[in-house]
Design a protein around this ligand. Structure first.
Ligand code: PAF
Length: 298
């Protein structure tokens, strides 16, 4: 496995691969890899000739006071995990190589970034969009894969790739979960043993809301309340948001309709650790009379 630290070298390598008609599969990460990343590498390996994984803790997507400095890093361990899962190249640039003195460009979306993560972390998606655009220009992937765990990010990246005409297919992979349902995340390492046990409440709250939708609930406020009530059963939890929205547009109608694709989104603090999770639910058909009742709000 090759490690490349410099964007120019990476770009040169990618140009050579493209000239040889090799399909480049790309897994962008911030490192501290876990089994979820392993699954992304294995999945993209199936359709690519060469797999590139980037490890870059991107300063521009962290606001002052967030966890940029303490974000977990362990390059030697990451190298082993990447190699074990079939990665060919790690692109591991320094911040100064990505954002040299005099750097002055930002990529900013006009939609999808105001609510949920965007409301709690107002500059976050500008940093994500900027670094993803830069990484796409450097790696020039045929495919790029992102985990559904960062749901809003997947919408942002799809929009960005489409709007900026990147010739890259975006693949979204299902969230990889621990045995108790907790979504795998590099930040789970911040949790104390007790907090780690409590953290499965996110998934269980999402499941309760999903069950309600499957059982006929269509009222967004009631669906949100189900998640809030479930989360509140854990002492000391601080809810940032627990909401439902249209899974494509992130719009928040009063009532969801049969056939709608809905995303349930949660962000909470357990202790000092901020955790996010989501589930996508296809709203099933219910009897016409029942649906009329919901739409009329009777
Ligand atoms: O999801 C992440 O790890 C990061 O947001 C990404 C996409 C690598 C950009 O820094």
């Amino acid at each position: 496995m090759l490690v490349i630290n410099n964007y120019k070298e990476m770009q040169k390598y990618s140009f050579e691969l493209i000239a040889q008609k090799q399909k480049i599969g790309f897994v962008p990460t911030m490192g501290f890899l876990h089994e979820g990343h392993g699954s992304l590498i294995r999945k993209i390996r199936e359709i690519s000739d060469v797999v590139v994984l980037s490890i870059f803790v991107n300063p521009s997507q962290f606001a002052p006071g967030e966890d940029y400095e303490r974000y977990p890093r362990n390059f030697e361990r990451d190298k082993q995990i990447a190699e074990d899962n079939g990665c060919d190249i790690i692109f591991h640039p320094d911040p100064i190589n990505m954002y040299p003195i005099g750097y002055g460009t930002e990529v900013k979306l006009k939609k999808l970034i105001k609510t949920f993560e965007g409301s709690s972390r107002p500059t976050h998606f500008d940093g994500v969009a900027t670094v993803v655009a830069k990484l796409f220009n450097i790696v020039m992937p045929t495919y790029a894969i992102f985990g559904q765990k960062d749901y809003q990010q997947t919408l942002v990246v799809r929009q960005l790739a489409k709007d900026l005409n990147f010739p890259c297919e975006i693949i979204i992979a299902p969230t990889y979960r621990e045995h108790d349902g907790l979504a795998m995340s590099s930040r789970n390492v911040y949790l104390s043993p007790d907090e780690r046990l409590s953290a499965s409440i996110l998934f269980h709250s999402l499941e309760k809301a999903r069950a309600a939708i499957m059982g006929g609930e269509r009222n967004r406020k009631i669906i949100n309340a189900i998640m809030h009530n479930s989360l509140r059963s854990l002492q000391g939890i601080r809810i940032d948001y627990a909401s439902s929205a249209n899974a494509e547009s992130l719009e928040e109608p009063d009532i969801f309709l049969s056939g709608d694709k809905v995303v349930l989104l949660i962000a909470v603090y357990i202790g000092k650790t901020r955790l996010i999770d989501n589930l996508v639910v296809n709203v099933p058909a219910i009897s016409t009379t029942l649906e009329d009742r919901f739409v009329e709000g009777v």
